[in-house]
Design a protein around this ligand. Structure first.
Ligand SMILES: NC(=O)c1ccc[n+]([C@@H]2O[C@H](COP(=O)([O-])OP(=O)(O)OC[C@H]3O[C@@H](n4cnc5c(N)ncnc54)[C@H](O)[C@@H]3O)[C@@H](O)[C@H]2O)c1
Length: 354
């Protein structure tokens, strides 16, 4: 897509995720030049420059993402800032005609997400959301097999994710977090469910609390929700922060012919007729990228044609997350996604196209 010159890349936010992604992009065999970086903390910029082994144009003001974009003749940016800031950052980048790699959750709220997705499509540039599970063999294979009808009709799902999530710094501030842990790590699970089943959310109902280690925080720490999808499946999503140490998850997809279970790097099929558990051999399709960063760089250089996480998936997650959060904040009232969409004059049909 681009000519032979190296991609000129700008990073907005080089905390944990931003510095890791930036280093991954810089180390990509096809080559990316990190030309400019914005972060509020100079030590973060120092650390990144030292690990990259070269310097870049630096910005530290909270509105300097605009200068970073305006002053550096960039091809692409990465947005790795706190959740509620993504919207302003990505909108500015798209308006200025840049390719964008953006961390999850793409933007908060489905109305914002649909607006950004429309702008991205109209720009004709590449926009990838950093949902790395789209590149994991077990999920890639499950999606492919589910599409082929391997599990029969999908009836139920069960998703449990527990992490010691203490909501420090901006994550614990409602105006930046945009929905606590339900919107943070939870976002990956809303995504992987909708992506594997290629389904849209219809409704969510459940409860939320803000308790972590016996203390009440300001954001949503724990939640448990019944969710209905437009393929007729329903199930439960449980997102927990208040566990001591570690991380664990359990994803199960149940169809009329059996179930998929996901363990470490394994995809296990429970055959309902034979009552057996068997591993499904895993191999990603040829040329399937390794990660969102790999997908992004290869697309920029015309070496990959398929975007594995276009912005529409960020919209679907934004919708389901919004329904879950609204229900939790309304005493468990069942929230219909179509009603949320109506508020911005949208409908589920706007989320259909991949
Ligand atoms: N895909 C994943 O598995 C994964 C893992 C971790 C984080 N993330 C995502 O990455 C993003 C950042 O999370 P993190 O853990 O790196 O947080 P972090 O606090 O480590 O980094 C955020 C950085 O953004 C900077 N920042 C804040 N406002 C800014 C502004 N206006 N302009 C420029 N920089 C600004 C801060 O100084 C900070 O260094 C979030 O969207 C988060 O959900 C994704």
């Amino acid at each position: 897509m681009l000519n032979k010159r190296k991609i000129r890349f700008g990073t907005i936010g080089c905390g944990n995720a931003g510095s890791y992604r930036t280093r991954t992009l810089a180390a990509h065999p096809l080559g990316v030049q990190i030309s400019a970086v914005a972060d509020l903390e100079m030590p973060n910029l120092d650390r990144l420059a030292s690990t990259l082994g070269y310097d870049f144009v630096r910005y530290t003001g909270d509105q300097d993402y605009r200068r970073l974009i305006d002053e550096n003749d960039l091809d692409a940016v990465g947005i790795f800032t706190p959740h509620a800031l993504h919207y302003d950052h990505v909108k500015y980048a798209i308006r200025k005609g840049l390719h964008v790699l953006i961390e999850k959750p793409m933007v908060c709220g489905v109305a914002n997400a649909l607006e950004i997705t429309r702008l991205m499509r109209e720009s004709g540039k590449i926009g990838i959301v950093h949902y790395q599970r789209h590149y994991e063999e077990k999920y890639v294979k499950a999606r492919e097999l589910i599409k082929q009808g391997f599990l029969g009709d999908i009836k139920h799902f069960f998703i449990y994710m527990a992490q010691d999530w203490y909501g420090k710094t901006w994550r614990g501030e409602p105006e930046l977090s945009g929905g606590g842990q339900i919107n943070d790590s939870g976002s990956h699970y809303q995504d992987i469910l909708l992506w594997m089943l290629n389904a849209l959310p219809i409704s969510a109902e459940g409860t939320i609390d803000s308790i972590y280690r016996g203390k009440k925080g300001k954001v949503e720490y724990n939640g448990s929700f019944n969710v209905e999808l437009n393929n007729g499946a329903n199930g439960r999503i449980i997102i927990i922060s208040d566990i001591p140490g570690g991380f664990r998850d359990d994803v199960r997809i149940v169809g009329t012919k059996g179930s998929f279970l996901f363990q470490d790097n394994r995809l296990i099929f429970f055959d309902a007729q034979k009552n057996t558990y068997n591993d499904i051999p895993l191999r990603k399709p040829k040329n399937y990228p390794d990660s969102p960063c790999d997908n992004f760089v290869k697309m920029l250089y015309g070496k990959n044609r398929i975007n594995r996480v276009p912005f529409i998936f960020g919209c679907r997650v934004a919708l389901l997350t919004e329904a879950m959060l609204r229900s939790g904040h309304n005493n468990g009232k069942k929230i219909f996604c179509a009603d949320i969409l109506k508020e911005s004059k949208h409908s589920l049909a706007d989320l259909e196209t991949e």
